[in-house]
Design a protein around this ligand. Structure first.
Ligand SMILES: [Ca+2]
Ligand SMILES: [Ca+2]
Ligand SMILES: [Ca+2]
Length: 221
């Protein structure tokens, strides 16, 4: 999936600007200082995560407002709220550190490996995983190499063969990928990364239950 690359703010900067005073892990924010008059203004995010969810926006620096749904530097994401643990933190930092998740630092896309399911069911799960989620579009060799360490078995990705030929689920132009040796061999109309070919691209039977890789771009517009 192609997207505009955005500069990643430093963690210290993001925390200073949102008024949070400690962090024990990505997406695990400590609001104990909230209400102490930080630059978040208006009483900050509240004393607990529960009350933080009632807050509608937080200043994130440079005139940006976290929680307004607009992606503004230095935000990595903005899902229109200041609720944690939904993929975009109250400081508008992408949350992508759960088991089987991996964040691409160049574009803050989050990948999640799950299994196992037929291709169409896998796609449904990916679309309900988080905002902008879908089966992963591995349209470049860089992306394939990046996600490869996550994989252990044959893994579905977001490509399928229709009446007009092969296509990516996000509509990205189809540029012939590096197929595994001897592929495509007509064994199916869905795309996967095959462990038998060191996770190169393969066509296979869509009904087969496989691991699958989801991808979500950062929320916000
Ligand atoms: Ca914003
Ligand atoms: Ca959120
Ligand atoms: Ca095949």
């Amino acid at each position: 999936m192609v997207s505009v690359v955005r500069a990643r703010p430093t963690l210290a900067c993001a925390l200073a600007l949102c008024g949070c005073n400690a962090i024990s892990g990505v997406g695990d924010l400590d609001f104990s200082s909230a209400g102490s008059g930080g630059p978040g203004g208006g009483g900050g995010e509240g004393a607990t995560q529960a009350s933080a969810s009632t807050s509608t926006s937080t200043a994130t620096g440079g005139g940006s407002i976290c929680g307004n749904g607009k992606l503004e530097p230095p935000e990595e994401c903005d899902d229109g709220n200041t609720t944690a643990a939904d993929g975009c933190s109250p400081a508008c930092i992408v949350e992508c550190s759960a088991p089987d998740e991996l964040e691409d630092p160049t574009n803050h896309h989050c990948y999640w490996l799950s299994g196992s399911a037929a291709w169409s069911h896998a796609r449904t799960v990916c679309q309900s995983w988080r905002d902008l989620g879908d089966l992963a579009v591995i349209a470049s060799e860089r992306e394939r190499v990046f996600v490869k360490p996550m994989l252990t078995h044959y893994t579905w990705i977001g490509g399928l063969k229709g009446s007009a030929g092969w296509a990516w689920v996000d509509g990205e132009p189809w540029v012939e990928p590096i197929w595994g040796s001897g592929q495509p061999d007509g064994s199916g109309e869905c795309l996967g990364l095959d462990q038998a070919s060191n996770f190169h691209i393969d066509d296979d039977n869509c009904a087969a239950n496989r691991d699958y890789l989801c991808e979500a771009a950062p929320a916000g517009s």
